[in-house]
Write a protein of this length. Structure first.
Length: 216
């Protein structure tokens, strides 16, 4: 008899065989641009992505030696468990941390990761990674706007325009780079337009987030 088949089996085998869900891209706080992490190619400002915020992950990553995969400890937003805390990961003895620029550097880096799809006919898959306080605050602002928008309750996900911006830093007394993530429309979880009429207010393009002044 042939073996039984099921969607659960497909999901299980894809998890084992499917590899990465997409190319990684992130905001570079030094250059002030978004770029892919595998080949360091710039992602132009204004590029739109369908961001599957209902799959957002939060946690930590630790980069190991050359040729070794990183150690990742992440929790998905839909999992009924708390995100890991730094103290729970070990490596708490600062005297054993690697020295970078003359100072001990924590081997664990906090991050968000959001599965995304470029909003064009190609529909290439990516994972948006946010590390560092400025990039993580931008993601948290995006999650807050998603949380309070009634379209989320309808099962829709946002199309997000990814831009390069600045904020005023009290620490540096100057403008510093920051990512700008603006919701421009809503689509279904397959990327298709939502069915049926919607109000003008819900169809309106969302205003860009306020320019947070983060003092550091």
């Amino acid at each position: 008899m042939p073996a039984a088949t099921s969607e659960e089996a497909i999901d299980r085998h894809l998890a084992e065989w499917g590899g990465s869900p997409g190319r990684l891209f992130a905001f570079n706080g030094s250059t002030g641009i978004h770029r892919t992490l595998d080949d360091d190619v710039e992602v132009p400002g204004g590029t739109e992505f369908v961001m599957f915020l209902h799959e957002t992950q939060k946690g930590f990553i630790k980069f190991n030696g050359p040729g070794e995969p990183p150690t990742v400890c992440m929790v998905r937003i839909d999992q009924d468990v708390d995100a890991p805390t730094r103290d729970s990961l070990g490596d708490n003895d600062e005297t054993k941390w690697p020295i970078v620029d003359g100072k001990p550097k924590d081997p664990w880096i906090e991050q968000y990761a959001i599965r995304s799809m470029r909003n064009d006919p190609g529909g290439e898959l990516f994972v948006y990674v946010a590390r560092g306080i400025v990039a993580m605050l931008s993601v948290e602002s995006l999650l807050g706007r998603w949380r309070h928008n009634p379209r989320r309750r309808e099962g829709l996900v946002p199309v997000v325009k990814v831009d390069n911006g600045t904020y005023w830093s009290k620490r540096f007394n100057a403008d510093r780079p920051k990512p700008i993530l603006t919701i421009v429309r809503w689509v279904t979880k397959t990327g298709a337009p939502p069915p049926g009429p919607t109000s003008a207010a819900l169809q309106a393009i969302e205003k860009p987030p306020f320019n947070d002044s983060v003092g550091f």
